[in-house]
Design a protein around this ligand. Structure first.
Ligand code: PMV
Length: 332
């Protein structure tokens, strides 16, 4: 049987991380860094030639256990998305694993890979593409949830769909699909790639998503006003969506600053994030941590990206101008 090759983008969260786990709105955009994965039937389950391990390949391990294929699978994986940096590397692995295993399963039942490949290239809101993306994204969400504990469908949705996605409690214009967990429902919507000049700084400090989500969970449980901060972030995101739609970059910047402040109160910033964000703010309209926090990355919106990047030189961190991408998951 042929080898199947797929790829998926990384992402940044523009507004609403953590609060989205509690069902609030959020906005995320795909970036032009990608993970490539392949799968072929082989002698034993392996990743890049190493035996599949629950510890080192946790998302693939979960996928193998969920799909229960008759054969063993040899995976290869190559990526330029840094891991544990808030850029969606685990979501990209979950999404690629889900698409590969789903395709192999359907191949076993006689469906050709070609048809899936074409569906993923259809226009953004085509019913067939939405249906297939919804299936992959929800499968990948289950995978993330099982592997890392509490999660929202934000990362797996944007990595599957590409462009931008908006998650909301209620369905609206450009609706793609929905996701459920316990008493929560998220409606996933398409958003055009915003025309923003963004700089990303990766502190290099690894922030584990599961730990940060659990930390916010403890805070919300212990303090009444924790829940209020979550709702406040939800309201801010709605303002953020309007600002993005009207391309009001000054407002977007203000709201990014405000979103960062609320995330810091939740306890997920880091001294290195505070220092670097402080330095980049002098050359930005606004800046915030992006993703789970506890280290990881920040984004800044700026008219002068060269100056913003120069202001971060002395911190010896990885900084670059962000390129957003309309490509989601693809079969190569
Ligand atoms: O894994 P990260 O760093 O991209 O963060 C994910 C965003 C959270 O809201 C913290 C968790 C989630 O699943 O939405």
């Amino acid at each position: 049987m042929e080898k199947i090759k797929v790829s998926a983008p990384g992402k940044i969260i523009l507004f609403g991380e953590h609060a989205v786990v509690y069902g609030e709105s959020a906005v995320a955009v795909a970036i032009n860094k990608r993970l490539k994965m392949s799968a072929a039937i082989g002698e034993s389950n392996s990743v890049n030639g190493y035996p599949l391990s629950k510890r080192h390949h946790s998302y693939i391990y979960t996928g193998i256990n969920t799909f229960q294929l008759e054969n063993n699978i040899e995976f290869t994986l190559k990526t330029n998305i840094p891991s544990a940096a808030g850029m969606g590397s685990s979501a990209a692995i979950s999404v690629c694993t889900t698409l590969l295993l789903d395709t192999l399963k359907k191949q076993n039942m006689g469906t050709t890979t070609e048809s899936f490949k074409d569906i993923l290239k259809m226009p953004t809101l085509h019913e067939k593409r939405r249906e297939m993306e919804g299936e992959i994204a929800n499968g990948a969400f289950d995978n993330e949830y099982l592997t890392q504990g509490g999660a929202s469908p934000l990362d797996t949705s944007v990595v599957t769909h590409g462009s931008g996605v908006v998650l909301r409690k209620e369905p609206g214009q450009n609706h793609l699909w929905k996701a459920h967990r316990e008493d929560k429902t998220w409606h996933i919507h398409h958003m055009e790639i915003p025309d923003l000049s963004l700089v990303l700084g990766n502190t290099g400090i690894r922030g584990r998503t599961s730990e940060q989500v659990a930390k916010v969970g403890r805070f919300v449980k212990k303090r009444n006003f924790g829940r209020e901060i979550i709702s406040e972030i939800g309201e801010l995101v709605e303002e953020g969506i309007r600002a993005v739609e009207s391309n009001d970059i000054v407002k977007i910047g203000e709201l990014m600053d405000e979103n960062h402040k609320l995330l810091s109160i939740l306890g997920i910033s880091h001294p290195k994030l505070e220092k670097t964000i402080g330095a980049v703010r002098r050359h930005s309209l606004g800046a915030k941590l992006t993703g789970a926090g506890g280290g990881g990355s920040f984004i800044a919106i700026t008219d002068t990206p060269e100056k913003a990047i120069r202001a971060l030189e002395r911190f010896n961190i990885n900084v670059f101008e962000l390129k957003l991408s309309k490509n989601g998951v693809l079969i190569e």
